[in-house]
Ligand binder design. Structure first.
Ligand SMILES: C[S@@+](CC[C@H](N)C(=O)[O-])C[C@H]1O[C@@H](n2cnc3c(N)ncnc32)[C@H](O)[C@@H]1O
Length: 275
């Protein structure tokens, strides 16, 4: 109990110090999850306690960057939740086609699998050359991996299954070249994607979006930060725009809920009303 209390105090102080030093705000991340990540990071860090690590973290930027990598969860996959992508293909793409150009923001894009899945879908649905994707994350390292678009070959089997279940129209192998134990995505998929660092807790919104993806990110935030980030997305989205959340995330009981309708119950695709 005493140890838990000490850890809680040390973690609160560390997150406050980090915010003041670097402007990275982890203070409003869900407590259980951030403490679990801090415990894992600490165990592999060589420091005896978070207090001991704090002095070093405030002085050593490289160590801090490694810390950010350690405490954020970056797992992703292509066509994750295939039924979500099927709904995008069957119900959202036809509406997007009525626009001459669409702007899409993937917030918390991690290593890029979701972004490339969307690029494939848009091209297959006849939107090639008519979109720009802004893909952002707090973590520079995962953004570098996203820009490369190279994934372990062993992941391709699952990605292929997901792609097929999501209603993919081609042979998934058309989209990558296998090299040893890696798969390199077709460079042309990157053409209309801009990758950039962006911190949802402190940075401003990107304007005039037709779609915002923020899947499997809000689950790590406390209610107050969820509200703030959802308001940010609301400002970024045009009326008629789509807000896509993860399967465990919903707009229910959120302040902006009244301005959105779920496309179909359970899809977690919300359409912004025209007021
Ligand atoms: C589990 S991944 C989700 C990846 C992808 N959206 C998906 O669903 O497959 C969560 C991502 O959110 C990012 N993240 C966490 N806090 C963030 C913040 N404050 N601003 C921007 N990105 C953040 C993490 O770095 C991580 O890459």
């Amino acid at each position: 109990m005493e140890n838990d209390e000490r850890f809680a105090i040390e973690s609160d102080l560390l997150l406050e110090a980090i915010y003041r030093m670097y402007g990275y705000d982890f203070r409003e991340y869900a407590e259980a999850s951030i403490r679990r990540r801090l415990t894992v990071w600490l165990a592999g860090s060589g420091f005896a306690s978070l207090s001991e690590a704090q002095g070093k973290l405030l002085r050593d930027r490289a160590l801090f960057d490694q810390f950010v990598r350690g405490i954020t969860v970056n797992v992703s996959e292509m066509f994750r939740d295939p039924l979500f992508f099927r709904a995008l293909r069957e119900q959202v793409a036809p509406r997007l086609k009525t626009y001459s150009f669409v702007k899409i923001w993937h917030a918390g894009c991690a290593t890029g699998q979701e972004v490339y899945s969307m690029a494939i879908l848009l091209q297959e649905e006849g939107l090639g050359g008519r979109y720009r994707i802004y893909a952002t994350d707090i973590n520079e390292d995962v953004l570098d991996q996203a820009r490369e678009g190279i994934y372990p070959l062993q992941d391709m089997r699952r990605f292929t299954e997901n792609y097929q279940k999501s209603g993919g129209r081609r042979d998934f192998a058309d989209y990558y070249t296998a090299r040893y134990d890696h798969a390199m995505l077709m460079p042309a998929l990157k053409n209309d994607i801009v990758f950039a660092a962006h911190n949802l807790a402190v940075d401003a919104d990107f304007g005039e979006m037709n779609m915002v993806f923020c899947r499997n990110v809000l689950i790590y935030f406390k209610a107050s930060l969820k509200e703030r980030v959802l308001r940010l997305f609301d400002r970024a989205l045009l009326p008629g725009g789509f807000l896509c959340l993860g399967t465990k995330e919903t707009l229910e009981n959120r302040q902006i809920a009244g301005s959105y309708d779920e496309l179909e119950r359970g899809t977690r695709i919300y359409v912004k009303r025209y007021l």
